[in-house]
Design a protein around this ligand. Structure first.
Ligand SMILES: [Zn+2]
Length: 155
């Protein structure tokens, strides 16, 4: 079983890929008081739409959702909670419950991809977006956008 930190960060990273948000990197190498983190391309500005805010909120709670799915509980969520509260303040309404529901749905249908990405995080420490996609593809995942561009599924 991958480490709890790797599962948590893989949850954030998978949500980014599945919601078409670019990842700069995902890491489980400790830095200061962080055990790991995912740096993704900005989704929202000062006044986000509901769709933008939901997308970022889902990424934000996906670490917790991945832990709960894998271990039955979650720890160390302070920075994720701060991110969610800041987002709700900028959006001007609650997002948490809908974001948790969406994160759970995304991860429950991509359990093997979650484990594969977490295993690679434990092995290599830091992954970029191509690495995360490679991990997901190693268990059969295909980006639906590629099939649209090609007009066919890639082997
Ligand atoms: Zn997190």
């Amino acid at each position: 079983m991958p480490s709890r930190t790797a599962i948590h960060e893989a949850g954030h990273a998978l949500a980014c890929v599945l919601l078409n948000v670019g990842i700069n990197f995902a890491s489980v190498e400790p830095d200061g008081d962080r055990d790991g983190w995912v740096e993704h391309v900005a989704v929202t500005g000062a006044r986000p739409t509901r769709a933008q805010a939901m997308k970022e909120a889902t990424i934000c709670v996906a670490g917790e959702a991945a832990e709960v799915m894998s271990f039955g509980d979650a720890t160390g969520l302070r920075s994720d909670l701060a991110c969610l509260l800041d987002l709700e303040r900028r959006y001007g309404g609650p997002l948490r419950l809908d974001a948790q529901r969406q994160a759970r749905a995304l991860l429950l249908t991509h359990g093997r991809e979650l484990l594969a990405a977490a295993r690679d995080l434990d092995t290599f420490g830091t992954l970029d977006e191509a690495d995360v996609r490679t991990a997901m593809e190693s268990v059969g995942w295909r980006d639906p956008r590629l099939s649209l561009l090609d007009g066919r599924w890639r082997g």
